[in-house]
Write a protein that binds this ligand. Structure first.
Ligand code: PAF
Length: 279
């Protein structure tokens, strides 16, 4: 696996892939890779001929009080995982290759970035959209792979790609879960053993609510009950538990497909997010 940090050698390597007629798949990450990321790589390998993974801890998606310096950096371990998984090229740019001196442009995907996690993290999705657009232009992939675990991010990237005429496929990859249903996340490592055991209440409450909503129950009542169950199980605070349109992310007061349930809740100091389809 080639590890490339500068744009000129990146372009040379990509030109070789294109000359050989290879379909290029991009898996953008910020490193600290877990099985959820590796599933993205697996999907990219299934659908493409050459997989490019990127690792860049993007400063513009961190807000006030979110500790960019404390974000885990383990490039050697990540590179070993990617190489073993068959990735052809790791794009690990130096910061100036993404944000050169004098950089002044920002991409903001209005509306869809505002609610859910956007409400608690102002500016976060502008940083995500901006860096992803940069990566799309730098790599010019045939397909790019993102986890459905960060569904709002995926919806924003799809909207941005449509709005800015990126024509490659944006592939959403289903969330990888532990056997008890908790979605994999690097944040799960912050949970104590007892908190980890209690956290199963989140997927359970979500699945119960999704079944009840699909069965025709009153949405507001079902969501209120699910929140109560999560609080009773040990969650400290629930930022949101909402039914939304799966494409536009508009809030749904009644069940109309395509619909999805979204949740963000705090177990101790750890904020967990998840989402599932309702059908
Ligand atoms: O999901 C992530 O890891 C990041 O938000 C992404 C898409 C790599 C952009 O920095």
């Amino acid at each position: 696996m080639q590890i490339v940090r500068q744009l000129d050698p990146l372009r040379d390597a990509l030109a070789e892939f294109r000359k050989a007629g290879l379909k290029i798949g991009l898996v953008p990450t910020m490193g600290a890779l877990h099985a959820g990321h590796m599933r993205l790589v697996e999907m990219a390998r299934e659908q493409c001929d050459a997989v490019v993974a990127s690792i860049f801890v993007n400063p513009t998606q961190f807000g006030e009080g979110e500790d960019l310096d404390a974000y885990p950096r383990q490039e050697a371990a990540d590179a070993a995982l990617l190489e073993a998984a068959g990735v052809e090229l790791l794009w690990a740019p130096t910061p100036d290759q993404i944000y050169p001196s004098g950089y002044a442009t920002k991409i903001s995907v209005a509306g869809i970035s505002d609610g859910l996690c956007g409400a608690a993290r102002p500016g976060h999705f502008d940083g995500v959209a901006t860096v992803v657009a940069k990566l799309f232009n730098q790599i010019r992939p045939d397909a790019a792979f993102f986890g459905e675990k960060d569904y709002q991010q995926l919806a924003i990237i799809r909207r941005m790609a449509r709005d800015l005429d990126f024509t490659h496929d944006i592939v959403g990859v289903p969330t990888v879960r532990d056997p008890d249903g908790l979605a994999l996340s690097s944040r799960n490592a912050y949970l104590t053993e007892a908190q980890r055991a209690d956290a199963v209440a989140l997927p359970q409450a979500m699945q119960g609510a999704a079944r009840a909503i699909a069965g025709g129950g009153d949405v507001a009542t079902i969501l209120a009950d699910a929140k109560e169950r999560m609080l009773a199980a040990g969650f400290r605070k629930i930022d949101y538990l909402e039914l939304r349109n799966a494409d536009t992310l508009a809030v749904l007061d009644d069940f109309i497909e395509p619909a999805r349930l979204f949740v963000a809740a705090h177990m101790g100091h750890t904020r967990l997010i998840d989402n599932i389809p309702v059908s």
